[in-house]
Every structure is written in C-alpha cells, then in structure tokens.
Design a protein around this ligand. Structure first.
Ligand SMILES: Nc1ncnc2c1ncn2[C@@H]1O[C@H](COP(=O)(O)OP(=O)(O)OP(=O)(O)O)[C@@H](O)[C@H]1O
Ligand SMILES: [Mg+2]
Length: 348
C-alpha cells in the first residue's frame, strides 16, 4: 500500500505517555512514572480518496493515532507525511496550511460546539481566522456549507442547544469542510446518535466524499459502519495493528483471532457468514493493561486459537501479504495462504 500512491503516510509511529502508577501497598506505597505505549510502531498508508476504518476496543490507541494524524499531538517516534510533507517538521504558515488540509470530527456532536455561539459564528470562525473579514461574504459561504450538509439556511441563527444530535453533527461536518480540507479524521462520528440518524449521517459522509474528493480515516467500534463506508480496515489491539486488509477481504475472511471475534459479534452478519466462523469465538476476560504488555502475543490471554508457542515465543511480527493484507499472529501463515483472496463465496 505504498509507493506511487503515497498520500497520507504513517511510518513506524509510536506515542508514549508517561503516566503515574501507584506501586506497593499501605505505607510502602509510592507513585512512580511509567511509560505507556498508547500507539506502538504503527505503519499505515492511506491513498487519496480512500476511506480507512480503524477498529479496536476501548484503549487500543485509535484516538491517539488520529490526534497524531491531525497534528494535535506529535509522535514520540516515527513520521507522518501528507503528500510528502512531514507534519512534525512544519511550522508557521506551512503548519497552518497543513492543519487546514486535515480536519477532525468527533463523537459527541454537542461538546465541540460552543453553546453561546450561533451556527453562523461557529462555521464562520475558521473562515474568519483564514482572513475572510467581510461578514456578508462569510455568511454566504456559511449558508453554502449548510446546504452541503442538508441544513436549511436559517440554521445560521440557531444556537447548538436548539439542534438535535444529528443536526449538531451536520454543523460539525460543515465547519470541518469550511476550508476545503483533503482529509477528514472522523472519531466515532455517529456513535452518539440514534440508529436512523447514524445511517443518514453516513450517507451524507459518502456523498461529501464523492463531491469533494475527500479522504476519510474513520474510527468506529461498529463494523456495520465499516461496511457502509470504508474501503479498508485497520484492526488495533493494545496500540498495535493486528490486521489490515480491504473491507471485503476482512469481512469474508478475517485471519486474526481478534478480528474473527469482532466480526462474529456483528449482529448484521448473515447466517451464511456466521456458519463459517467457529461458534466458540467469543472473547473472554479483559485485555492486558497497556502498561503491562506481555513479551508474548498481547492477545494470548483471550485467544480462542492459542497454542503453547503463542506464550513461549516472543510477540509475533506483522506479516504482510498482497493487496494490503497484514496479520500479526503465530497461527496465520500468509505465505501458505496461496491466493490471499477471500475464501467465502457468498450468495448476495
Ligand atoms: N493524554 C494522555 N495521557 C496519558 N495516557 C493517555 C492519554 N491519552 C490516551 N492515553 C492512554 O492511551 C491508551 C490509548 O487511548 P486512546 O484514547 O487512544 O484509545 P481509543 O482506542 O481511542 O479508546 P476509545 O475507544 O475508548 O476511544 C489508553 O490506555 C489511554 O488511557
Ligand atoms: Mg477514542
């Protein structure tokens, strides 16, 4: 997934937070600072116009990765480039331009909107900061943005508190589009919304992607969302990528046992697909703490496919195969995986 198509490149990126931890008990207890590897050596290549979904349970490092991709925080190690330009090296006017090209939309549509402002102020702010001083010109642009997200022009006068969750998220999306970004990083953009509203917001996102040639990186817990919008999937577990591939490939032929458990848990999986997944594949127990990552495979304690070598051997490396497939599991041999193509022939 690299080379000529390189657009948004994440190479060997890690983020380490120093967190306080209590050690010992009673009067012997003391706090110490320990490194927490929230994102661990992630490589990811996003092609222009593509939608990449990042999935994985809470604490797996999805938002930390997105924050680095939006240049909200800097990686501890590694490099992130957009069309060859290093995000960490940019400063001044170049950094402002880069930031404009990458916009974020968050989960809770209300919390990112100031309740004391009108929608005109909210969507107009990035335009004003970008130098659009003329209010009439700005208002016309705000109304055009509202139209793009299918909100009526008189929404400009309203305050966020008078809007529904779905309408608030449309305002967030309009604001993110104000300065013609190339990339939208969507961190759980629909998970705070009712199911019917979720579907409408997803349809809007697809429409905007086609209309503006946008590239999306979408974080979600919901594999139904992945199916609806994404081209490829990145599965994270405890800060590491454990599997990547096209949506079709991963949905039909998940290779990593963690991905298999995620897919077995989707309610909309068709019976034919479910029949092909071993019925024992449910996750038991909690993930190990990011602070206490074992030397062996981090999924070992919960893995339905584990064998002794998964505990006695060091953590497996990420094996890469054709078509952007990569898997981190001792039990999977991509080289022996002759066609590396989906095995399930599904009736549609
Ligand atoms: N600013 C921070 N300081 C210290 N630790 C942090 C910080 N931000 C995140 N972490 C830790 O990094 C790990 C990854 O967190 P992150 O928020 O990226 O996970 P996530 O996959 O987005 O989870 P969720 O699905 O709950 O949003 C967690 O262990 C979290 O506690
Ligand atoms: Mg998160």
């Amino acid at each position: 997934m690299s080379g000529r198509d390189a657009f948004f490149e994440i190479s060997n990126v890690s983020k380490v937070f120093n967190v306080k931890r209590r050690r010992g008990k009673g009067w012997l207890a003391r706090t110490e600072k320990v490194p927490l590897r929230a994102v661990d050596k992630v490589d990811l290549s996003v092609r222009q116009g593509q939608t990449v979904a990042i999935v994985g349970e809470s604490g797996s490092g999805k938002s930390t990765l997105a924050n680095m991709m939006a240049r909200v925080t800097l990686p501890t190690e590694g490099r992130i480039t957009l069309e060859g330009e290093d995000l960490a090296a940019a400063s001044g006017a170049r950094l402002r331009t880069l930031r404009r090209r990458i916009q974020m939309v968050f989960q809770d549509p209300g919390s990112s909107l100031n309740p004391r402002q009108t929608v005109e102020d909210i969507i107009g702010l990035p335009l004003r900061l970008d130098g659009m001083r003329n209010r009439r010109e700005r208002l016309a642009r705000v109304k055009a943005l509202l139209e793009a997200v299918h909100l009526p022009p008189d929404t400009v006068l309203r305050s966020p508190s008078s809007l529904s969750g779905g309408q608030k998220q449309r305002v967030n999306i309009a604001r993110a589009l104000a300065l013609h970004p190339q990339v939208l990083l969507l961190d759980e953009p629909t998970s705070a919304l009712d199911v019917s509203v979720q579907a409408r917001i997803l349809r809007l996102l697809v429409e905007l992607r086609e209309a503006h040639g946008l590239t999306y990186v979408i974080i979600t817990h919901n594999l139904g969302v992945v199916r609806a919008i994404a081209d490829s999937v990145v599965v994270m577990y405890l800060g590491q990528i454990v599997e990547t591939g096209s949506v079709d490939d991963i949905m039909r032929r998940p290779r990593h046992p963690y991905t298999r458990t995620l897919i077995a848990a989707i309610p909309i999986v068709r019976e034919q697909e479910r029949a092909l997944l071993p019925s024992t594949e449910t996750i038991d127990g909690d993930a190990p703490s990011t602070l206490d990552r074992p030397a062996h495979c981090a999924f070992y304690s919960r893995c339905p496919m584990r064998v002794d070598t998964c505990r006695t051997k060091p953590a497996p490396p990420l094996q890469t195969g054709p078509h952007g497939i990569a898997v981190r599991c001792h039990r999977v041999d991509l080289a022996a995986d002759v066609s590396a193509a989906p095995v399930l022939a599904l009736a549609s």
